[in-house]
Design a binder for this molecule. Sequence first.
Ligand code: HEM
Length: 465
Amino acid sequence: RRPKNFPPGPPTLPVLGNLLNLNLENPLQDFERLRKSYGNVYSLFIGPKPAVIINGLKVMKEAMVIKATDFAGRPQDLFINDITQRKGVILADYGENWKEHRRFALMTLRNFGLGKQSMEDRIHDEICYTVKTLEKNVGETFSPQVMFHNAGSNIICQILFGKRYEYDDDIIKVIVQCFTENARLGNGLWAMLYDSLPPIRYLPLPFKKAFKNAEICENLIFNLVEEFKKTRVPGEPRHFVDCYLDELDKRSGEDSSFSEDRLPLYSLDLHFAGTDTTSNTLLTAFLYLMNFPHVQERCQQEIDQVLDGKDRVSFEDRHNMPYVQAVIHEVLRVANTVPLSVFHCTTKDTELMEYTIPRGTMIIQNLMSVLREEGQWKFPHEFNPENFLNEQGDFVKPEAFMPFSAGPRMCLGEGLARMELFLITVTLLRKFRFVWPEDAGEPDFSPAYGITLCPKPYNMKVELR
Ligand code: HEM
């Protein structure tokens, strides 16, 4: 039963709730369909658990920004909490523990160069390897599937572990493989069944693979941390892990949320958040750039003009490249890389629009409903960089652009992600032309569903410009 003054929704069945109203392989279209029937705030029962789905800019602002702290919690009883053992930052519940770990991550990102030249240098160092991969494939048709993940992973590795790894090193190869699998398993049919029907959790079903993957990654990072402990000089941190170990020294004897036991999963959390998102966004970018060749050419013209005589692009150049900026933002909009965020109502019963949301209710934030909201975009349902350009051709960012979410839980890696997307896209477009292979048939723009959305595997043909 829906509590009094709870948001409306479709009729429920015992035990299953509204599971039959959803395509558990990918419920995004159902969420959209239900929004049309029940409005921007509606409810569903995921098995026996009530959840409120929030949609559209107005509601999103009210929940995430105006009533920020009321909606900044995270449920702790989901499949993904069990996989990450409640030790990371992304899924940490609202409170001191999350605040301290978020603050620490932001500070460490800054100390290791975010917003400074050194971060650009690191990204450029990694781009050289992507360029080498592409050069080897000039004139060929090949799959870029792991290429962007390797690059994204190594960039975050430089912050976390102070170095880049060869692409066949387990820290890259095994971790990228496990992340890619867990991004699909962590949200979808098996995750939904795990969450809604607890008795099945003990059965040998496909979700067990996600636990195995997490264990493999945790062991790899655990061993790395052990190595760092042997070689570190306290007070002279080389990277994120050393910084955390210094912080532990500083807080020893205190009652603190920092603990060595958390470190491997906390690092993995940032590694995952920093790899799968940026890489899948880049995969989406090149899928569109190949299939909208006039957009690709216009970017290349602008890049050639602005970079004339310079040996490499810098992040500052974005201010002189309104069209490229518009294209990257349009990719972030249509890619909708992190489609659903899960929150729970933190401290008390709270009001949202005309409804009352009891404390502890699960809230699902549907970002696609904002990124494609009619009335907010010139072309909500098509790929069109004009969404970010005004009549004079200047870059403008509509308020409904929130692929990094909003409010206290918004992405803490946005700055890094933007820098990576810009530097990688511009460098590659300057040097290469990307062509949709003649035998590839019609492109499929509908993404594969998961914690992150990613394009279905595709091939690209690469030519030197
Ligand atoms: C295109 C790239 C990216 C996109 C679209 C993206 C999007 C998002 C979104 C929508 C959230 C909120 C999720 C939620 O509330 O459940 C989020 C959170 C987060 N992101 Fe990103 N992200 C990107 C890149 C990165 C990078 C490079 C990092 C690197 C450190 C990162 C680290 C995080 C972390 C740690 C959180 C959790 C923050 C918290 O709960 O306090 N993200 N991201």
